[in-house]
Ligand binder design. Structure first.
Ligand code: SAM
Length: 223
């Protein structure tokens, strides 16, 4: 059995009862960084567990090993360093291959940064487009320009190293929509959580003044 388990994005209190139960009872945990997951287990008071590191899509040997364990009847939990497996994180390859092979599965839902950000944004969120991380080079400019025509709220992830540059590019691409709303969520669920709401007109100034620390979700409202 494979349990796909979401874990907190910064606040341990957001772990669910089912996640704790599952991490306790499984035979092993397939995770990203074994130190991060080891630390989570320690904080939850869960004793030593076998941790299997899994970092991405190309690790065919590791995927086969994990599938063999599942077929043998082991109960494995799949986690990532934070949030929901497969959401801009490893996990897809294991889940899709396990589905193909009719391995019994369950999901243990919980936090994800883009959902937390949307729910606190004040933007229309009945419908939205989630883009993960924007491409760094190929297709980036075209994508940013296409936001002008998007009729749904757009949400994407950005790293601390690129946040200022990306916000400046966004302001430039959408300069003919100066009133369009932008909300930047920083350090969600952590001590310095903040939501910065502005519009395209004021975005260059906001981008300059933004505290460049921690993790960011960027949301663009409807035109
Ligand atoms: N699987 C995760 C999820 O379900 O949200 C996403 C992992 S992705 C590798 C990491 C990115 O998610 C960060 O660069 C940031 O953009 C966003 N993120 C994760 N935690 C966050 C937080 N506490 N506050 C704001 N953004 C966060």
């Amino acid at each position: 059995m494979l349990s796909v388990v979401s874990t907190p994005i910064g606040n341990l209190g957001d772990i669910t009862l089912r996640a704790i139960e599952t991490l306790k009872k499984c035979d092993a945990i397939v995770c990203e960084d074994t130190r991060v997951t080891g630390n989570l287990l320690k904080q939850l008071g869960i004793g030593k567990k076998e941790l299997i590191s899994f970092h991405g899509y190309s690790d065919e040997g590791k995927i086969s090993f994990i599938l063999e364990r599942l077929k043998r009847g082991d109960h494995l939990a799949l986690t990532t360093d934070a949030g929901t497996p497969g959401i801009s994180d490893p996990g897809f390859a294991i889940v899709s291959r396990a589905r193909e092979q009719n391995i019994s599965m369950e999901v243990v839902p919980g936090p994800s940064a883009f959902l937390a950000a949307l729910s606190g944004s004040g933007l229309p969120i009945n419908q939205f487009v989630y883009l993960g991380f924007l491409p760094l080079k190929k297709g980036r400019k075209t994508l940013l320009e296409s936001f002008g025509k998007k009729e749904r709220t757009v949400v994407f992830y950005e790293s601390v190293h690129r946040i200022e540059k990306t916000l400046s590019e966004l302001a430039q691409s959408l300069r003919d929509q100066p009133d369009r709303r932008i909300v930047i969520a920083r350090e969600l669920t952590k001590m310095h959580e903040e939501f910065i709401a502005t519009d395209i007109r004021n975005l260059p100034d906001v981008a300059k003044k933004l505290i460049k620390k921690g993790e960011f979700v960027v949301m663009l409202g409807t035109p």
